[in-house]
Design a protein around this ligand. Structure first.
Ligand code: FES
Length: 381
């Protein structure tokens, strides 16, 4: 059984500390990447480690670990080569690329070469259809590959080289990538700035430039902020929004008059009044709050009221039930689902499973029709 290193344990504490104390189970996804960064896959020991540090049971951790394909269930090579064989890449030759690599490496899907270097897998859409056929090595992209160029990449890997991806940072090992996926920065000097976006990604931006379309305040060179900077900016924006809130007005009038902004239901928004168009007015500064704009994007015709957006008034429905306090609701839910004897949530207690089986068998004996249900669910009602 693996004993995880002090470094992994320290990182686990750091990950858990990112979440509210009563929401620590949300740290499960990065923690699974973390244990994978030490062992190269999510082993039973890794599942147990996550369960232990989060106060979950192993079945709960296993259910998550087996759902996502990025969590590997057996030892994986130093380099994970994923070839997209989904529709777009497939019609452009993705399957041919996969077949060529499989034959050359002598492995099939989810199998690793004898030297432990390369694991091959076919993937379902790597979200880069405009570069198809694509493959990734440890999740870094190699665009527009064909059988020959893909062979060149794996040959270089086998020879100990690190071919440069088409976009993104230079290659690292799968374990190193798992550390990044767990939420820790790539600390290699200049790695993040290695590769810029490709032309297909920038196509929309180029078209917008050609047609003089711009989003007010958009800076394509906006640097990625540190967490402290982002937190500070969010606090400032919140304070600004609070300060901009108008004094409370008589209830009900604004919904009757509709949102967004101050436009009435029968009254078109400013851009619409001028042009008849409901598209955002990109030439004038955007006076709408991000909340209103997001709501409009989701439901362009609904004139959705946004509770705390400046200038928005939400209807008061006297018949609507009072909002339930989230903590109270959670406490009620917990009370209704008593923990098993080991103090963990019900479901993994061996005795309970046996009782369920016995009940199922008894039910099957007294009602022949119930046996099929019992065998499928383990519980006879
Ligand atoms: S189909 Fe291959 S990246 Fe989408």
């Amino acid at each position: 059984m693996t004993t995880f290193s002090d470094e992994t344990r320290a990182r686990a504490r750091e990950i858990i500390a990112r979440y509210p104390a009563d929401r620590s189970r949300s740290a499960l996804l990065p923690l699974l990447h973390l244990v994978q960064s030490e062992e190269g896959y999510v082993s039973p020991a890794g599942v147990e480690f996550c369960a232990e540090v989060l106060g979950l049971n192993k079945a709960q951790v296993g259910a998550v670990a087996t759902f996502y394909t990025m969590y590997k269930r057996r030892p994986t090579g130093e380099f994970l080569v994923s070839v997209c064989t989904n529709t777009m890449c497939n019609v452009l030759g993705g399957q041919e690329v996969y077949d060529t690599l499989a034959e050359h490496l002598g492995v099939g899907h989810d199998e690793t070469t004898a030297d432990g270097k390369i694991t091959l897998e076919h993937a379902e859409c790597l979200a880069a259809c405009d570069y198809g056929p694509v493959m990734t090595v440890n999740y870094d992209f190699f665009d527009n590959v064909d059988p020959q160029s893909a062979l060149g990449v794996v040959e270089e890997l086998k020879a100990g080289g690190r071919p440069m991806p088409t976009r993104g940072a230079r290659l690292c090992t799968l374990k190193e990538m798992a550390v990044q996926l767990a939420g820790f920065a790539d600390e290699r000097e200049g790695a993040v700035a290695d590769g810029g976006p490709g032309e297909p990604t920038l196509r929309g931006l180029r078209l917008a430039e050609q047609h003089g379309i711009a989003v007010p305040g958009f800076d394509p060179n906006t640097p990625i902020r540190s967490k402290a900077e982002a937190d500070k900016a969010a606090a400032e924006a919140k304070a600004k929004a609070e300060a901009a809130k108008p004094a409370p007005a008589p209830t009900g009038s604004a919904v009757a008059s509709g949102t967004p902004g101050n436009a009435g239901v029968g009254e078109p928004a400013p851009a619409e009044r001028a042009t008849g168009s409901t598209a955002p007015d990109v030439k004038s500064p955007d006076a709408k709050s991000p909340e209103i704009r997001a709501a409009e994007t989701r439901q362009p015709d609904a004139r959705t009221a946004v509770a705390d957006a400046p200038g928005t008034k939400v209807p008061t429905d006297p018949t609507a039930p009072a909002p339930r306090d989230a903590r109270e609701a959670q406490a009620a839910g917990t009370a209704a689902n008593a923990p098993a004897g080991d103090g963990k949530p019900a479901g993994d207690e061996a005795g309970a499973q046996q009782r369920n089986l016995k009940e199922a068998e008894a039910g099957a004996g007294s009602n022949g029709a119930g046996s099929a249900v019992a065998s499928e669910t383990g519980v006879q009602k």
